[in-house]
Design a protein around this ligand. Structure first.
Ligand code: HEC
Length: 131
C-alpha cells in the first residue's frame, strides 16, 4: 500500500473513532446539545390533564403563565428548565398545585398519588443525580 493511502486510512479511522466517541455522549447527555430535558411522555400526559390549562401561552391567568408556560418549556435553556423543575417539585411537595381554590369547585382536577409521583420523580431527577 502507498504511504498516502495509509495516511488517508489513518485519517478516516481517526475520524470514525472521533465520531464514535463523541456522538453517544451527546445523545445520552442532551444537555450537551444546549437543550435541557424534553418532557417524558408520561409527564406530558399528566401536565396536559392537570396543569396545562392554566399554564400555557393563551391562559387567562397572567400570573400562572408568567411563572410557568409549558408551551415554552421544551425550548427554554437547560438552566431555566432546571430552575422550573425545582419550582415544580417545591409546589408539589407543598401541595400548592393545582391551587386549592380551583380544586374546591373542580375536585377532579387534583393529582392522583400516581400522577404526583410521576411529576415529582421527573422534577427532582436533577437533585437525585447529585448535580
Ligand atoms: C386552576 C389553574 C392552575 C392549575 C390547574 C395549575 N396551576 Fe400552577 N399556578 C397557577 C397560578 C394562578 C399560579 C401563580 C400563583 C401565584 O403566584 O400566586 C401558579 C403558579 C405555579 C408555579 C410557580 C410557583 C412559584 O411560586 O413560582 C408552578 C411551578 C406551578 N404553578 C406548577 C403547576 C403544576 C405542576 C400544575 C399541575 C400539577 C399546576 N401548576 C396547575 C394556576 C394553576
Amino acid at each position: 500500500m502507498k504511504k498516502t493511502s495509509l495516511l488517508f486510512g489513518a485519517a478516516i479511522t481517526g475520524l470514525l473513532f472521533f465520531q464514535a466517541t463523541q456522538k453517544p455522549e451527546a445523545e445520552s447527555h442532551p444537555e450537551l446539545l444546549g437543550l435541557g430535558p424534553k418532557l417524558p411522555t408520561e409527564v406530558k400526559a399528566v401536565v396536559e390533564q392537570k396543569c396545562y390549562g392554566c399554564h400555557n401561552e393563551e391562559a387567562k391567568n397572567d400570573k400562572g403563565k408568567e411563572k410557568l408556560d409549558w408551551d415554552k418549556f421544551e425550548d427554554s435553556k437547560k438552566s431555566k428548565q432546571f430552575a422550573t423543575m425545582s419550582k415544580i417539585s417545591e409546589v408539589l411537595e407543598e401541595g400548592e398545585m393545582p391551587p386549592k381554590k380551583f380544586l374546591e369547585f373542580k375536585p377532579e382536577g387534583a393529582l392522583t398519588d400516581e400522577e404526583k409521583t410521576i411529576l415529582l420523580d421527573w422534577s427532582t431527577r436533577k437533585k437525585k443525580n447529585g448535580e
